[in-house]
Design a protein around this ligand. Structure first.
Ligand code: SIN
Length: 282
């Protein structure tokens, strides 16, 4: 049983979503520049709750969405995804009745195949299906904390390869993306990483990108990775967010995974995503 987190914010209201993960944020208008005192509390809440859901929002103008993202650091450019016309910093999430795939359908931490994977991702949904289209998040601090001491000791010294060619090649062809010449990044990261702001350890492997544990045989690597994927995807680490129009979610890729549910076909779902660059995991 995890004790609910408490907060003493004065310029925002943070309502915990579940005891260990997530908070709904009220009292902020992201369509306008955010005052410094609110920004400081939002940043604190982001580190406390791992994923924030900004409620009661208007549609955020693209330039303002980009500006808000940049306050957390330089922005990250996605290696393969379609961007919004005139705004290369914005990745457009879009699924229609003609889509072959929807974005983020398997558990992942965004672009973990990069040498410096994104710190966080901000997604606002502008076209929501009549029902469905929820996004799930999983707490990777808790997933690490719950491992037994012998497994923690073994993982502490291990790194894993995160690859992307199997994900990105052809992925966005139905949206007109030409990807014959794209660079599909791959990188080796520690399996357990330490969050640069909170100092907490989290499990940093995911079913989408993590393909091999370095130094183990294929059989050993597959068995241990599958054990870790199944462990981290347990329901008690998860929350499931139901979007209202113009909600904006901001998740910390360093300590949570997410998965989008495409259960609304043939309805449409559309959103804009700004991604903040992170550090090399250590
Ligand atoms: C993603 O960015 O992985 C997609 C999330 C979503 O569409 O809810």
């Amino acid at each position: 049983m995890v004790a609910p987190k408490s907060n003493t914010y004065t310029s925002i209201v943070a309502k915990p979503f579940a005891p260990n993960l997530g908070a709904e944020i009220y009292g902020v208008d992201l369509s306008q520049p955010v005052p410094d005192d609110q920004f400081a509390e939002i940043r604190d809440a982001f580190h406390t709750y791992q994923v924030l859901f900004f409620k009661e929002q208007k549609e955020i103008p693209p330039a303002q969405h980009i500006e808000f993202g940049k306050r957390f650091g330089p922005l990250h450019a996605h290696p393969a995804a379609p961007t919004m016309e005139g705004y290369p910093e914005i990745f457009e999430i879009h699924a229609t009745k003609n889509s072959k795939v929807a974005n983020g359908e398997f558990w992942h931490s965004d672009v973990s195949c990069d040498e410096t994977p994104p710190l966080g991702t901000m997604l606002q949904i502008h076209i929501a299906p009549p029902c469905g289209g929820d996004t799930m998040f999983s707490d990777m601090y808790a997933a690490y904390d719950d491992l037994s001491e012998p497994i923690k000791s073994m993982l502490d010294g291990l790194s894993a390869l995160h690859s992307s060619e199997h994900i990105y090649k052809g992925r966005y062809s139905d949206r007109g993306q030409k990807d014959a010449d794209i660079d599909c990044p791959e990188a080796i990261h520690p399996i357990v990483r330490t969050h640069p702001e909170t100092g907490r350890k989290s499990l940093f492997v995911n079913r989408t990108f993590t393909t091999k544990i370095i130094g183990l045989s294929d059989k050993e690597s597959e068995a241990i990775l599958n054990m870790l994927f199944e462990h981290a995807e347990q329901i008690n680490y998860q929350i499931r967010f139901r979007w209202s129009l113009n909600d904006m979610a901001f998740w910390d890729n360093r300590c949570c995974m997410h998965r989008a549910i495409w259960d609304y076909w043939p309805a449409e779902r559309k959103g804009r995503r700004v991604t903040v660059k992170g550090d090399r995991p250590v």
